[in-house]
Design a protein around this ligand. Structure first.
Ligand SMILES: Cc1cc2nc3c(=O)[nH]c(=O)nc-3n(C[C@H](O)[C@H](O)[C@H](O)COP(=O)(O)OP(=O)(O)OC[C@H]3O[C@@H](n4cnc5c(N)ncnc54)[C@H](O)[C@@H]3O)c2cc1C
Length: 333
């Protein structure tokens, strides 16, 4: 059964939920707490957002990512929001498999085996401000909910992204979609002057047309894509990991990478165990995916060689390594 928060106020940390920034939040009385959450611990609960010391990270010259909310918001004391992943996963296993159900081990098992739905039980809501050309890459991630500033409803602000002079990059010679090295300071300065001139001219025309009575939805056509926009963005942890894998990666454009890195920094204290597992096991993080062709090459060059067992106490993970080693034609000592 659910209880109104005020009815269990005596079991909350210091009698109060720790809320860092209450603007826009529902009142404390609007939270409901599930009995099963409390039954996992002494019964004391806390606001999991309080684990995140700094809820806003500045990105580029005028952008930001702010962590607004998280589900679960209320956590048993001694846990992090990781507990919601374990709580959901245990439904699958029932009572019979207590040994794999040590929380960290279970989360790592789920991550290794792509049992993804328990990770969807955690959700994050962010307020993000980014240049339009960054938002166009970001919006391609369809498995999220977005509500964006409306240039039909409101005047677009005179707020353009100007890169740092030392961050104006050359076209990569190896990757047609990438950059490498930096432009000379003379070229970079010239580019910034051009950019500034065009943005200010465009914005002046935008304002003038609005003053002349033109509709905002058409007047905005004149504005360049380095104009800042902003949105609320809600996504579950499974899909956020997918976003982060692609957008924290070195192949992503730097201007979106800084936002992805900021998001990763904001969520890490809230779901540290899941983030650790993702870093360890995701092939775009610290793990490695081998193709069958690569396995064949390794097999043919290493056949018969003995290799060490994994340096982990997790017997299930060791067994998995033995199976992989066998596929590689290796023998585990
Ligand atoms: C380095 C880089 C370069 C890129 N270059 C280009 C480019 O040149 N041109 C371009 O257009 N895009 C480009 N993209 C965008 C890319 O193709 C994806 O659209 C984007 O990364 C979102 O990925 P996603 O579809 O997996 O994510 P999400 O939309 O979040 O979807 C997550 C997963 O859900 C499933 N899914 C969601 N919707 C559907 C659906 N409708 N049908 C089937 N399955 C679905 C898929 O399994 C998908 O992987 C680039 C992305 C990166 C990271």
């Amino acid at each position: 059964m659910f209880k109104k928060l005020k009815e269990i106020k005596d079991v909350l940390l210091g009698g109060e939920i720790v809320v860092a920034d209450t603007s826009g939040y529902p009142s404390k009385e609007d939270f409901y707490i599930d009995d099963s959450i409390q039954s996992q611990s002494s019964g004391d609960v806390f606001d999991v957002l309080s684990l995140c010391q700094n809820k806003e990270i500045k990105c580029l010259d005028c952008g930001h990512v702010r962590l607004i909310d998280v589900m679960p918001r209320i956590c048993p004391v001694g846990n992090t929001a990781d507990f919601a992943i374990v709580q959901a996963a245990r439904v699958s296993y029932g009572d019979g498999t207590k040994t794999v159900n040590e929380d960290r081990g279970l989360i790592r098992y789920l991550m290794r085996h792509s049992h993804t739905t328990p990770f969807e039980m955690v959700e994050f809501k962010f307020h993000c401000k980014m240049p339009i050309f960054v938002s166009r890459q970001w919006i391609r991630h369809r498995t999220s909910s977005v509500n964006e500033y409306s240039g039909r409803y409101s005047i677009m602000k005179d707020n353009f992204y100007y890169p740092e002079i030392q961050d104006i990059r050359k076209q990569s010679m190896h990757n047609k979609q990438g950059s490498e090295d930096f432009m000379s300071s003379t070229c970079a300065e010239e580019f910034l002057n051009n950019l500034n001139e065009i943005c200010q001219t465009a914005y002046n025309y935008y304002e003038k047309n609005i003053e002349n009575g033109m509709t905002r939805e058409q007047a905005r056509m004149i504005l360049p894509v380095n104009l800042y926009t902003e949105w609320y963005w809600k996504i579950d942890l499974h899909n956020l990991f997918h976003f982060l894998a692609l957008r924290c990666d070195s192949h992503a454009q730097k201007e979106i990478r800084v936002f992805a890195d900021a998001i990763l920094e904001l969520i890490t204290p809230i779901v540290p165990v899941a983030v650790e597992a993702w870093n360890d096991y995701h092939p775009m993080r610290q793990a490695l995916k081998l193709t069958s062709l690569e396995i064949d090459v390794i097999k043919s060059s290493l056949h018969g060689k003995k290799v060490e067992n994994l340096k982990t106490l997790n017997s299930r993970e060791k067994q998995e390594w033995i199976q992989k080693a066998e596929r590689l034609g290796l023998e585990v000592k």
